[in-house]
Design a binder for this molecule. Sequence first.
Ligand code: NDP
Ligand code: MG
Length: 392
Amino acid sequence: PAPQKITILGATGSIGCNTLDVIAQLGGRAAFEVEALTGHANIGLLAEQAKAVGARLAVTADEGLYGALKSALAGTGIAVAAGASGLLEAAEREADLVMAAIVGTAGLAPTLAAAARGADIALANKECLVSAGPLFVAAVAEGGGALIPVDSEHSAIFQSFDERQRHAVERLVLTASGGPFRKMSREEMAHVTPERARAHPNWSMGLKISIGSATMFNKALEMVEAHHLFGVAPEAIEVIVHPQSIIHSMVGYSDGSVIAQLGAPDMRTAIGYALAYPRRPALNVERLDFARLARLDFEAPDEVRFPALRLARLSMERGGVQSAVMNAAEEVACAAFVAGRIGFLAMAEVAEAVMDEMTGWPPAETIEAVFAADAEARRRAADRINRLERAA
Ligand code: NDP
Ligand code: MG
């Protein structure tokens, strides 16, 4: 078969690097023609990747780094672009499949553009669905491409969800590792350092999502993501803590059956599934050894220590831009925590306070309206963080 044309938005990140690894495993240039790769700060890696796969275009999201990328790729024939317009160019170029793996709201505009032109989207960037769920789903439908989740929980549900049995789907059960502070008291949590918070027990991931696992804000985003992705009511979306991260998530049906997808905690399985869909790829990843595993544990999540889950439900109940507000405020609070400016517990407090302040905000009919709500939530979160810092 002819090679599939692929573009990777966020190639230099954790998901991006794993995607390039999967591409190499699936046959490299014989199987995939890389149209464009994008990165942000890591110019050295971006240039190296673009050369290794023979990309046609390399883009840094940072305008200020255009010159650096240009000189790193001088003489290679690889085109170079930068900034928001560069990201859009990457998204709009002809590629059958776009891996959306930019972190945060920065991924929204390019992913939406790729969806609107009809590319199949392998979606890692959960913020697209959290901040602009209905708009994003509509853009995909209008464009006519497929939307294949890469987030491991949603990939598991996608693999376990038989569309012909949609009428019988009772619940989606998202598994959560519980993060590094699963057993920690609230008092102890108040004093944890960013270094401890970013050390995830099972998965190796980017910074924001690692902190998001410690607060369970990542799971909160995933609840909203699941709601939009699968069209299932918020009340039918559950979270269960499963420390081994072997069951990646489940679908419960009306006959009492629960269908799950299991695997080693390795993002390459979900990435490979999205890249090869509807076929299944052959991947060199760890195989489960059940005799050695011996047991799988489960426990109910504690919403007092992890208020993020409650906030996710609240945001869906309130509707409108509340999920976008939750995500934006949490992104700002997460950066402030990483910078040592606020404590661990303050992240959820900031998010909830900004959500409460913005309950009257009008629902977003356009992407610009989403950005406006997002920007307002960021301003308010930054204000609160400044006040918290002054008070400390
Ligand atoms: P990383 O932080 O590792 O990588 C993020 C990527 O986005 C990098 O290529 C980075 O460039 C780029 N980037 C950063 N800031 C900007 C910006 N302002 N504009 C454009 N590009 C930018 O993140 P992950 O790979 O961990 O996560 C990517 C997405 O996938 C997130 O939405 C995350 O929630 C989701 N996800 C990740 C999982 C994982 O296992 N890592 C699992 C499930 C979902 P550079 O590094 O060059 O600065
Ligand atoms: Mg996940």
